[in-house]
Design a protein around this ligand. Structure first.
Ligand SMILES: Nc1ncnc2c1ncn2[C@@H]1O[C@H](COP(=O)(O)OP(=O)(O)O)[C@@H](O)[C@H]1O
Ligand SMILES: [Mg+2]
Length: 260
């Protein structure tokens, strides 16, 4: 049952519009017709069991993978049809915080946070180090520019990964399991930070997680991915009151139900 965007009154721009998206790996059909609209300036949380295809969906949206079928419109352009400079332009307006943070181990924290600015802009060293300092302060990590990733905890690495993405001020940020692998208290800290950056930069955020506590903490809307499709979309309150037996079982974590 797809309930996506029935309440959309047209005033809210659809930043991301995914239509009939399919993806298989050999004979394993992972996505079977995903439809989802994400509005400007919302935090959309995509929930679902481990292995259901959440990371695959994000990788398709950021063009790390190619879909077998379907459209992915970002800022009104179908990125599955774009190449080269046109695609790169869209990619520079979006950013991804990967599950393992994906920092470059051989670079300092400062070089990591400034990475995209060194690579893709003509800004000089002094300007970049100013931006790096400012973004590290925003994520609560001042003065660690000269440290290496190996000297930081998992939670700190997540914050650095966030600073690296906001350094070039994208309009959309994708987060893959931002609280997985860190303790619940630090996880809540990361969630608060996601909300704070969302408000400060008027971002649109797409967060993938299997953690319902985090989903309720940060979501404007929650979408559930199950058996290759989005089976329900709604506000946290609507999801809490769901009548769908699959969604109900997932959010309550009961052992018995339609999910095996
Ligand atoms: N590059 C790949 N090659 C083959 N199978 C893959 C690949 N990436 C993901 N898969 C498979 O697709 C399914 C969904 O994976 P994933 O999106 O990582 O799940 P999750 O919802 O936990 O993020 C899994 O069964 C996984 O093994
Ligand atoms: Mg994943």
């Amino acid at each position: 049952m797809i309930k996506a965007d029935t309440t959309d009154n047209g005033r809210l721009t659809k930043m991301i519009k995914i239509t009939d998206l399919w993806k298989a790996f050999e004979d394993h059909q992972v996505l079977k017709g995903v439809n989802l609209h994400i509005r400007q300036n919302e935090v959309m949380v995509i929930i679902g069991q481990s292995g259901c295809g959440k990371s695959v969906l994000l990788k398709l949206i950021i063009e790390l993978l190619k879909p077998d079928r379907g459209r992915i419109e970002i800022f009104g352009q179908d990125i599955t049809r774009l190449k080269g400079e046109a695609l790169h332009k869209i990619q520079m307006r979006t950013g991804m915080v990967f599950q393992g943070s994906a920092l470059f181990d051989s670079l300092t924290i400062g070089q990591n946070v400034g990475f995209f600015l060194y690579e893709h802009t003509d800004l000089d060293e002094t300007t970049i180090s100013g931006i790096v300092k400012e973004k590290l302060a925003l994520v609560g990590l001042e003065g660690i520019e000269n440290k290496k990733p190996s000297e930081l905890s998992g939670g700190m690495k997540k914050r650095v990964a966030l600073a690296r993405v906001i350094a070039y001020e994208p309009e959309i940020i994708f987060y893959d399991e931002p609280t997985t692998g860190i303790d619940p208290i630090r996880g809540s800290g990361i969630n608060r930070l996601i909300k704070k950056l969302q408000e400060k930069f008027s971002l649109t955020s797409v967060v993938v997680t299997h953690d319902m506590v985090s989903a309720y903490q940060i979501a404007d809307r929650i979408a559930m991915l199950y058996d290759g499709r989005i089976i329900e979309v709604g506000t946290p309150d609507q999801i809490r009151q769901t009548k769908d037996p699959v969604v109900r079982q997932f959010i309550t974590g009961e052992a018995n139900g339609p999910i095996q």
